[in-house]
Write a protein that binds this ligand. Structure first.
Ligand code: NAP
Length: 282
């Protein structure tokens, strides 16, 4: 029996137990995936779970908001991508060492490749937001050879500068830019943006009638739009982009990919993606 679970808070709406339950069933693996809600700041709760992993009582954990960074000091090692991103979403044990990994970045990369299908001529992306998910997205895009402009609100300018400083040594200073998430700045970027990624929670349930893209501002005419938000299934941003004739998708595919990659980390098995898509589409 393999013991897996999810650490975060709150967890009641998580799709992860259903995704991993379907993976167990599809691959005939005897396993369980439990929820471990630990309130923000409850370091004792995090330490206890780390201990259960080292004792072998838990074989693997996903980590979500608000613990993706807070758990890091309790781990023995980070994989190179988790270290660069500065956040983990997957924990596993390797030769007695508790390892932190990040499958959001490769999960995003796999899903954007499926979505864009090599249709992009000039790899110029605009990423909205500078939080944890933005770090994973930016890391993935830079590794894939994109030039990235970050668009942020004034409040997260420092967060955005820290993100750029973290990645600059690896990619050189010419691959990243910073603008404000305001109509004037976004308009000045012109029409060469090929890919817009929303990595803010704007438009997420229950505030489903708002969009991160400024009202009345036309989209760059060649752009494809990827909204990391997947609840609701069709976000305002995706609706508006499609209405303007652009290709657009929510982040359900990234959710599926990151889950499959975590599952592979723990079990060494590859889950057929259609099994997981059937879960999230149900
Ligand atoms: P986070 O760490 O809290 O970061 C959110 C970012 O958005 C911050 O830069 C924040 O700026 C900015 N922001 C928030 N509200 C804003 C507003 N009204 N206007 C402008 N900027 C705003 O959150 P996260 O973990 O990165 O997650 C972001 C979204 O991605 C969530 O909806 C999450 O569900 C989704 N996500 C999806 C997947 C997937 O598999 N599809 C994976 C990971 C995350 P401040 O710092 O100034 O607040």
């Amino acid at each position: 029996m393999i013991h897996l679970g999810l650490l975060g808070y709150p967890l009641s709406h998580s799709l992860s137990p259903k995704l991993h339950g379907a993976a167990f069933a599809a691959l005939a693996i005897h396993g369980e995936y439990l929820l471990y809600p630990v309130a923000p700041g409850a370091i004792g709760g995090l330490a206890e779970l780390a201990r259960h992993m080292r004792d072998g009582e838990i074989d693997g954990l996903n980590v979500t908001i608000p613990h993706k960074q807070a758990i890091i000091p309790l781990l023995d090692e980070l994989t190179p991508s988790a270290k660069a991103i500065g956040a983990v979403n997957t924990l596993y044990l390797n030769n007695g060492k508790l390892i932190g990994h990040n499958t959001d970045a490769p999960g995003f990369l796999a899903d954007q490749a499926r979505f864009l299908r090599n249709s992009v001529i000039e790899k110029k992306a605009l990423v909205l937001g500078a939080g944890g998910a933005a770090r994973a997205v930016v890391y993935a895009l830079l590794k894939d050879g994109w030039k990235v402009t970050l668009a942020v609100r004034r409040a997260d300018l420092n967060q955005a500068r820290a993100l750029i400083e973290a990645f600059e040594p690896q990619i050189g200073s010419s691959s990243m830019d910073l603008v404000m998430m305001e109509a004037g700045d976004l308009e000045r970027l012109g029409s060469r943006t090929q890919f817009i990624v929303n990595a803010t929670p704007i438009g997420m349930f229950p505030e489903t009638d708002i969009s991160p893209w400024p009202n009345g501002l036309p989209f760059p005419k060649e752009a494809a739009v990827y909204d990391l938000v997947y609840n609701p299934r069709q976000t305002r941003l995706v609706e508006a982009a499609q209405a303007a004739g652009l290709r657009a998708t929510t982040g359900l595919g990234m959710l599926v990919e990151q889950a499959a990659l975590s599952f592979a980390c723990w079990t060494g098995r590859d889950v057929p993606r259609e099994v997981l898509f059937a879960v999230v589409e149900a």
